[in-house]
Design a protein. Structure first.
Length: 85
């Protein structure tokens, strides 16, 4: 059975290097799907919900979360689910 990882890239802002990268897994396909849905819905502690957030679904394995920070800067989070090679 193929294993899957989820990569969370969070806190991207223009002219800032404060972003974080977190890898979760390996998971079975069903576990990865469950965790991905938690991340998408904002119910996961690894990527908690944020106010005034827009979620853009790029594919069934990747989404972006965009919001404005306290200073008005746009902040981007990206979550990608993929199969371990």
């Amino acid at each position: 059975m193929a294993e899957e990882l989820i990569v969370i890239e969070s806190g991207y802002k223009m002219a800032s290097n404060n972003h974080k990268i977190l890898t979760l897994g390996p998971f079975s396909a069903s576990e990865a799907q469950e965790k991905y849905q938690e991340l998408l819905s904002g119910t996961s502690s690894e990527l908690p919900a944020a106010k005034n957030t827009t979620v853009v679904t790029v594919s069934e394995r990747q989404f972006l979360r965009v919001r404005n920070g306290l200073t008005g800067a746009t902040i981007l989070d990206r979550v990608t689910r993929g199969t371990v090679a």
